[in-house]
Design a binder for this molecule. Structure first.
Ligand code: NFS
Length: 675
């Protein structure tokens, strides 16, 4: 048996496990790491403080005359703000440029993921890859018209259904064109409520194609180009819309067509899903293209027998980050943890292989893996690691299953190399995941009356006070999971139903908020009654971060069902990312705001150094798009800001006092001029 060999000579300062996380298995594994003298992100967060000027958003390093730093004077701006960089760029310009570049970074990440999915989808539709097929033809038929693709064909005067693979090729080709088409605007924008489309059109922020918007962000924010924060933000808005109503939405839809649309299913969550007597494979990252195949390979009889021949009882898969959410929502594979638990999964000593693709992957995983037997496998041509203990197996959709089997075999072969220091925390929770636009319709509307009317009725009668989308990351600068869980418990206590994605959703699973039973424990009486009646959790897991597009479409369905205004900004709804850290979160926040949602981030926003620009995002933006930004690190105050907004919208809709819907009789109808 191999010994744990720490490659870390001296950890400068250890984090206090109780201060680092509210979650027991994380605290336990952090203690374990410290006993073994293995450094984790929690320790580094104690040692390394963030740059105070970068934190304010006013460091410009876009040319070699800088970096120019424009810190806010200690006693604030008195009189005219005279701060400027060498070229004369103001704090507003610098802060807006940095913000827009974050939007571009986030949009690029989601959209490049979407593009990879679209390319694989097209290969599958053309039958160039045997391992992928069209699993959800109904969804393909539903989305085809948005791409101008006919789903029927007329032969000799008879209308017939078109071959599903033929539709697939046409949709795949049209979808890929969304990244680079020379004219027009994005196809999916017309899925938004009409008044919202009109606003975007009037403002000139309809995205033209996905790549162009990202490129234009980079151009406009480079030295000496756009010097007006409002004009810069127009491009920021346009790019974010190219994410939410473009790359991310196409990614979600084509993943559903390729792998099946999620339906609610039961699973578990947390590090305790790993098993000492099984081969443990952790998949981590974002694109489900390879992980789908790994699920199939790990479940194959051949691989299970192979694992047994090596002395294991079976193969246990687990996920980290959004790859976890992808295979959870379609296969019930349990997530082993959120973003901040990735190093800890290896520190269990029981992780035989960690397979990573793109995004949210710590380079330090390689250093931690060196201390154990774990094989760390990178699989994507755009995401390699420099450390020599990392294996690269480049995944190719044309021989996807072969790649997956190779990876699973490496993990199984590695099972025998485990050291003596296996320590898997016991903690895990049961969860129900796999909700989507269609399943909400079904669960809240019933099979005969599947629609959003029931949800709307319950919002109008006040049993459900409003809807919150709580999403996003963990951040080592905040206490792991505390903001997510405190905030969400406060929302559901106040009868606000929560839709969640990303690491927030994993946190909810870990902390037991994704079961119908949790409604009786944590919810206010109205929401508890609805959850009990229809058998849903008060917090609905809608998938990964690209699946925030599902939240946009769910909000659009609520608008369509009627009675709650004409646009997303009329709804008693709010958005939140309480522990955000990624540029992707900023892109998501901005497309929520530009779609009419009041969006509150926790921790901190990199805007404090440019108060005028900050005011533009926090106040003026609402006059243009109906949504605006806000920030509140305290989770209880954060929840109440969202609730106050929800109440304001209820008042504007005239449903602030209503408790039960009053059915109109004939006289009432006649009084309103209705028949
Ligand atoms: Ni979203 Fe999903 Fe998690 Fe944050 Fe990273 S995994 S794409 S970026 S950390 S929620």
């Amino acid at each position: 048996m191999a010994e744990v060999t720490s490659k870390v000579d001296k950890v400068a300062k250890f984090a206090d496990p109780m201060a680092a996380s509210i979650e027991p298995s994380t605290q336990e594994m952090l203690r374990r790491a410290q006993q073994l003298n293995i450094e984790t992100v929690f320790d580094r967060a104690v040692t390394m403080k963030p740059c105070a000027i970068g934190l304010q958003g006013i460091c410009c390093k876009n040319c070699a005359m800088g970096p120019c730093r424009l810190p806010l004077p200690k006693d604030g701006i008195q009189g005219e703000d005279t701060r400027k960089g060498l070229c004369g760029a103001t704090a507003n310009t610098i802060c807006a440029r940095n913000f827009v570049r974050m939007i571009a970074g986030g949009t690029a990440a989601h959209s490049d993921h979407g593009r990879n999915v679209a390319e694989t989808f097209l290969a599958a539709a053309k039958k160039q890859t045997k391992d992928y097929t069209i699993k959800d033809p109904a969804k393909l038929i539903q989305i085809a018209p948005y791409f101008g693709v006919a789903t029927t064909v007329e032969v000799d005067g008879v209308v017939k259904d078109r071959d599903i693979y033929e539709i697939g090729v046409a949709v795949g080709e049209a979808a890929i064109r969304e990244w680079g088409k020379p004219s027009g605007t994005l196809a999916y924008l017309k899925r938004a409520p009409k008044p919202l489309q009109d606003k975007w059109e009037a403002e000139g922020v309809m995205p033209r194609n996905i790549d162009r918007e990202i490129v234009e962000c980079m151009h406009r924010t480079t030295m000496g180009v756009d010097q007006d924060y409002k004009n810069l933000m127009k491009q920021g808005v346009r790019t974010s819309l190219a994410d939410g109503w473009g790359g991310a939405m196409i990614g979600t839809d084509l993943q559903d067509v390729l792998f099946g649309s999620p339906t609610p299913l039961q699973s578990e969550a947390n590090l305790g899903v790993m098993k000492a007597d099984h081969v443990n494979i952790i998949v981590h990252g974002h694109e489900p293209l390879l992980s789908e195949m790994i699920v199939a390979a790990a479940q194959s009889q051949e691989m299970i027998e192979y694992a047994k021949a090596k002395g294991a009882k079976g193969i246990q898969l687990g996920g980290i980050c959004c790859t976890a959410n992808e295979i959870l929502q379609r296969h019930g594979v349990p997530p082993a943890g959120t973003f901040l638990q990735q190093e800890l999964a290896i520190i269990t000593g029981a992780c035989d292989a960690m397979v990573v693709d793109v995004q949210c992957i710590f380079q330090n995983l390689a250093n931690v893996a060196k201390c154990f037997h774990t094989k760390l496998i990178t699989t994507h041509p755009i995401a390699k690691m420099e450390q020599d203990n990392v294996v690269h197996i480049q995944f190719d959709e044309h021989h996807a299953m072969e790649d997956a089997i190779r990876i699973v075999k490496i993990a199984i072969d590695n099972f025998l190399n485990r050291g003596a220091e296996v320590m898997i925390p016991r903690h895990k929770s049961v969860q129900i995941a796999g909700f989507g636009v269609e399943s909400i319709k079904y669960h809240l509307g019933g099979s005969f009356r599947g629609d959003y009317f029931t949800l709307n009725d319950n919002i109008i009668n006040g049993r459900i006070r409003g809807i919150a989308g709580v999403v996003g990351c963990n951040n080592a600068r905040t206490k792991h999971n505390e903001e997510h869980i405190t905030l969400i418990k406060e929302l559901i206590k106040n009868d606000v139903i929560v839709l969640t994605t990303g690491c927030s959703a994993i946190a909810c699973g870990i902390h037991g908020l994704l079961t119908p039973e949790s409604a009786a424990v944590y919810c206010g009486p109205g929401l508890a009654e609805v959850c009990e009646t229809v058998g849903i959790p008060p917090v609905l897991h809608l998938g990964s971060c690209v699946d925030n597009s599902r939240i946009l479409l769910a909000a659009t369905e609520v608008v369509k069902a009627g009675g709650l205004g004409k646009d997303i900004c009329d709804l008693p709804a709010a958005g939140s990312a309480p522990e955000w850290m990624s540029e992707k979160a900023i892109a998501i926040g901005q497309y929520f705001v530009a779609s009419g949602v009041y969006t509150v981030f926790g921790y901190h926003m990199p805007l404090e150094g440019a108060p005028v620009f900050k005011d533009y995002l926090y106040k003026e933006m609402e006059n243009i798009y109906g949504g605006k930004w806000d920030c509140e690190p305290d989770p209880i105050k954060h929840a109440h800001k969202m609730i106050a907004h929800i109440d304001k919208k209820r008042k504007e809709l005239g449903i602030d006092k209503a408790r039960d819907r009053v059915l109109m009789d004939m006289a009432d109808r006649q009084a309103l001029g209705m028949e």
